[in-house]
Design a binder for this molecule. Structure first.
Ligand code: ZN
Ligand code: ZN
Ligand code: FE
Length: 757
C-alpha cells in the first residue's frame, strides 16, 4: 500500500451530533457544508446520533463546527455537539454513509407540513411539480404515516410501489438537491394520482378530480378527502345546510367542528390569533389551535362561518393547510372560485379510529360522504390532527397526534428494560419506553371498539419493530374494565399497575425531566383509586415511584353510575342535597332510587364542574365527554369574581360548599357568568389551600383532564406561585387521558430501575 502523504497542519475531528438529526436532511446539510469549506471526511447515522468526520485546515474545521451548530436544517433540533481529535488520514472526498440498521434504531420523524419551497413548486410558475398534489422534499411531507418497516428508506414506505422516474431518481441521488434522499419524492410522471369517486358516476382523475371536488364542496356536498394521517370529511364551513348535514350524518351532537382556512389572514378575520398561536398555525406541525372567536368581524364582507360549525361557543378550532392537496382544494391563482373555509373533521364515526384504508373509506363513510377524493399513496399509520391550546406563550396539548407522534419524550429515570404502557380507555394512547426515551403513540380513539383495539395492536407492533424491542415490562391502569388493562394482563411480562392519577402526575413530572418528589394537583373526570372508589379531585405527594393521597374532593355518589356522567343534572341534584338545598328536578325522586343500587362513590372534579354547569342551566345532558365543563369555562370567560369559599378540613375538600354558594347566588339573581367565574376561582383557591396545608415539597404539578380548562389552570398556577410554590404544567403531553400511558411508562421505569434498590 502506498503511503499517504498528509500535509502538516491538517487536523481530523470526529463529531457526534445528537437530538432530532435523522431523517431531517442533516446528512446532506453536513455534506454541503464540508464541501463548501473544502473539508474531507464522512457523515453517517448511528444509534448515538449523526457522526461526522472532517479533515482539513483547523480554521476551516472551526468554521464548520460553528456553522454546524447555527445553520441546521429547519426540522433538525440539535441537542449536543461533542468532538474529539483523531489522526488525520488524508483524502479529498466527503462521503455520505448509508444508514446502519440494527440495535438502537431511531424513530422516524413525525409528518411535516408542506414547506414554503414546495409550496412555490406547487403554485409558482410552471415546473415539474406545478400543481402536483404530492410534492414533498427533505424538509416536508409525510413520514411516520407512510412507514411500513425499517430502516426509513423508500422500499419501507408506502411509496415503494412507485418506481422513481429518471428525473426523480437523479434528484434523489444528488446531495446538493433539496430532494436528496427524500423518501416520498415523486412527480406527475411517476407518483400517485388523484381520483374522485362518486357512487353511480364514472371516476374523474387528476385535475378533473380536483376541479370536481372543489365544485361539489362549493355546492354544499360532503366530500371525504384522503389526507396525511387519514380521511377527513370536508364541507364548506360557510354553508349552513352543508354543515348541518355533516353534523347530522356524523352523529356529532353539539361538538364543535374544526375549520381549515387557506391563510393566516383568513384565520385573523375569524379569531383573535396571538403571535404564539400564529406560529403554531403556520409551523411545521400544523395542529388545530383553539382560539377565541372574534365578535367584531373586521369588514362587512369578511368571511362568516355557518352557525352550525361551533354552536354557541366563544372558541374555535382552526388550522391551516398542511398537505399540497389542501392548498389545491382552496385553489391557486387562476382557479375558478372554491371554498374559502372548510370544515375538516376526522373521517370516522364518533369514538372510532380515523379511516385510512381506501376500500374501508368507501364502506365506513358511505352514509357520511357524497363523494371521495382519493389517491393511491396508501396511509400506513392512522394519525388524527393534533389539537392544542395556548397559555402564556406555551402549548397546552389537548390531543398529541399528527406532526408530534412519534417524537420522543424524556424519561427522567431510564428504563433498564423495554417498557410498554397500555394507557387508559378514553382518548387512548400507548407508550413504548427504552432507555431514557419514551415514544407516545398517536391518538387511538376510545379503546372501546374492535376497530380501536385493532389500531392499538397494529401501531404497537410498528413501534416495537421501529425501536427493535420486545416489551419486558408492561404498565397498566388499575381499572380492570379497561380493554387496555385486559390486554396488559395477558402479556408475558413483568406487570406494573399504576394508579390513574399517579400516572397523570408522573406524566407532568416526566415531561419536565423531573423525578419528584412533588405535590400534584390532579383534577380529572374519574379514575379508579386504590380504595376501590373512583378518584379525580386529588392532591398527591408523589415521586415517579410512589404516591400518598394528601387531600381529595369529598366523594359523592354518582346516581346511576355512567348515566350520571351523561346527565350532569344528576350530579347537581346529589350536590344540592349534600349542600342542604332543595332539588327541583321532577325526575329526581325516581333517579334518587338508583342511589340504593348503582351509585359508585366518586371524588372526580369533572363531576363537580358538571354539577355547577347543570345548576346554572347550561346543560342537563351532554353529547360528548367534558361538554358541560367546557361550556362552564366559556361562560366564565374572563369575568372577574372573588372565589367562593370552600372548606378544606383534614384531607377533604368540601365541593358542596361551592355548589351551595352557586345555588344561593343564583336564587339571589346574580348573573350566571359571575357565578361560573366565582366557582372557577373557588376551585383554584381550594387547590391552593390544600397545597398550603400539605406545605412540602415546594414543587407542584398540575394534571388531569380538568386542567384543559385554561381559566382554572391559569388561576391555580397564579395562586400557587403567590404561595411560593414552583408550578409545572403540561407542555408536551395532554393533561387528559391521552397522556396517561406516558406517565405509566415513567412510573414503571422508576419502579423497575436497577438503580432503585
Ligand atoms: Zn418541501
Ligand atoms: Zn418522477
Ligand atoms: Fe384521567
Amino acid at each position: 500500500m502506498a503511503s499517504i502523504s498528509i500535509s502538516p497542519g491538517r487536523e481530523r475531528r470526529r463529531i457526534t451530533v445528537t437530538g432530532v438529526v435523522q431523517g431531517v436532511g442533516f446528512r446532506p446539510f453536513t455534506y454541503a457544508l464540508a464541501r463548501e469549506l473544502g473539508l474531507s471526511g464522512s457523515v453517517g447515522n448511528t444509534s448515538a446520533g449523526v457522526v461526522v468526520q472532517v479533515e482539513g485546515d483547523p480554521t476551516d474545521i472551526a468554521t464548520f463546527l460553528r456553522r454546524l451548530a447555527s445553520q441546521t436544517p429547519p426540522l433538525a433540533i440539535v441537542e449536543s455537539i461533542t468532538f474529539d481529535t483523531i489522526p488525520a488520514r488524508g483524502g479529498t472526498e466527503f462521503i455520505i454513509e448509508d444508514s446502519v440498521a440494527g440495535i438502537g434504531r431511531t424513530m422516524v420523524s413525525p409528518d411535516v407540513a408542506t414547506c414554503a419551497e414546495c409550496r412555490s413548486d406547487l403554485t409558482g410558475p410552471a415546473g415539474r411539480r406545478h400543481r402536483n398534489p404530492f410534492v414533498t422534499c427533505t424538509n416536508c411531507g409525510p413520514r411516520f404515516t407512510i412507514i411500513t418497516g425499517l430502516p426509513y428508506d423508500r422500499p419501507n414506505t408506502t411509496m415503494a410501489a412507485f418506481p422513481m422516474c429518471d428525473s426523480c431518481a437523479a434528484e434523489y441521488a444528488d446531495p446538493a438537491d433539496r430532494r436528496f434522499h427524500a423518501q416520498p419524492i415523486c412527480c406527475p410522471d411517476c407518483g400517485p394520482r388523484l381520483r374522485l369517486v362518486r357512487p353511480g358516476v364514472e371516476s374523474s382523475w387528476d385535475e378533473a378530480a380536483l376541479a370536481e371536488a372543489r365544485r361539489l364542496l362549493l355546492g354544499g356536498a360532503v366530500v371525504a378527502v384522503k389526507g396525511i394521517g387519514g380521511y377527513h370529511l370536508a364541507c364548506d364551513a360557510t354553508d349552513e345546510t352543508a354543515v348541518q348535514t355533516l353534523r347530522k350524518r356524523k352523529g356529532r351532537g353539539d361538538k364543535p367542528f374544526a375549520v381549515m382556512l387557506d391563510s393566516l389572514g383568513a384565520a385573523q378575520t375569524l379569531a383573535n390569533v396571538d403571535a404564539d398561536s400564529a406560529a403554531l398555525l403556520t409551523g411545521p406541525r400544523r395542529p388545530i389551535v383553539l382560539v377565541e372567536r372574534r365578535t367584531d368581524p373586521p369588514y362587512p364582507d369578511a368571511l362568516r362561518l355557518a352557525e352550525a360549525v361551533a354552536p354557541g361557543g366563544p372558541d374555535l378550532g382552526i388550522f391551516l393547510p398542511y398537505s399540497p392537496l389542501h392548498h389545491l382544494l382552496f385553489g391557486t391563482q387562476g382557479d375558478p372560485p372554491g371554498p374559502r373555509a372548510l370544515v375538516m373533521t376526522s373521517g370516522n364515526l364518533a369514538g372510532e379510529p380515523i379511516v385510512i384504508d381506501d376500500d374501508e373509506a368507501l364502506v365506513r363513510l358511505s352514509g357520511l360522504a357524497d363523494a371521495w377524493l382519493v389517491h393511491d399513496r396508501p396511509i400506513q399509520v392512522p394519525c388524527d390532527d393534533s389539537v392544542v391550546r395556548v397559555l402564556d406563550g406555551a402549548e397546552l396539548p389537548i390531543r398529541r397526534s399528527r406532526g408530534y407522534a412519534p417524537g420522543g419524550l424524556p424519561l427522567p429515570i431510564a428504563a433498564t428494560r423495554p417498557i410498554v404502557a397500555a394507557g387508559a380507555q378514553l382518548k387512548s394512547t400507548f407508550c413504548v419506553a427504552r432507555g431514557r426515551e419514551a415514544y407516545l403513540s398517536p391518538h387511538l380513539g376510545d379503546l372501546e371498539s374492535d376497530l380501536a383495539l385493532r389500531a392499538f395492536d397494529a401501531d404497537l407492533s410498528l413501534f416495537l419493530a421501529m425501536l427493535s424491542v420486545q416489551p419486558e415490562v408492561v404498565a397498566h391502569d388499575l381499572h380492570p374494565g379497561y380493554l387496555a388493562t385486559k390486554w396488559a394482563l395477558e402479556q408475558e411480562a413483568e406487570l406494573v399497575g399504576v394508579q390513574h392519577h399517579h400516572a397523570h402526575a408522573a406524566a407532568c413530572l416526566a415531561e419536565h425531566g423531573r423525578e419528584g418528589p412533588a405535590l400534584a394537583v390532579v383534577f380529572d373526570g374519574t379514575g379508579l383509586g386504590t380504595d376501590g372508589t373512583l378518584w379525580g379531585g386529588e392532591v398527591l405527594r408523589c415521586d415517579l415511584r410512589s404516591f400518598e393521597r394528601v387531600a381529595h374532593l369529598e366523594p359523592v355518589p354518582l346516581p346511576g353510575g355512567e348515566a350520571a356522567i351523561r346527565e350532569p343534572w344528576r350530579m347537581a341534584a346529589v350536590y344540592l342535597e349534600r349542600a342542604g338545598r332543595p332539588v327541583t328536578w321532577e325526575r329526581w325522586p325516581l333517579v334518587r332510587e338508583s342511589l340504593k343500587v348503582n351509585a359508585p362513590l366518586s371524588s372526580g372534579m369533572g363531576r363537580l364542574f358538571d354539577a355547577v354547569a347543570a345548576l346554572l342551566g347550561l346543560r342537563e345532558r351532554v353529547s360528548y365527554e367534558g361538554q358541560a365543563a367546557i361550556e362552564l369555562e366559556q361562560l366564565a370567560g374572563e369575568v372577574e369574581a372573588e372565589p367562593y369559599g370552600c372548606g378544606v378540613s383534614g384531607a377533604v375538600i368540601a365541593g358542596s360548599d361551592l355548589v351551595r354558594a352557586a345555588h344561593d347566588d343564583l336564587a339571589a339573581g346574580r348573573p350566571a357568568a359571575e357565578i361560573a367565574a366565582a366557582f372557577h376561582e373557588g376551585v383554584a383557591a381550594a387547590a391552593a389551600l390544600a397545597c398550603a396545608e400539605a406545605a412540602e415539597p415546594r414543587t407542584i404539578v398540575l394534571s388531569g383532564g380538568t386542567f384543559q380548562n385554561l381559566r382554572l389552570l391559569a388561576s391555580s398556577r397564579t395562586r400557587l406561585e403567590e404561595l411560593g410554590f414552583e408550578v409545572l404544567t403540561h407542555r408536551r403531553v395532554p393533561p387528559n387521558d391521552g397522556g396517561i400511558s406516558y406517565g405509566q411508562a415513567a412510573v414503571a421505569a422508576a419502579r423497575t430501575s436497577r438503580l432503585s434498590v
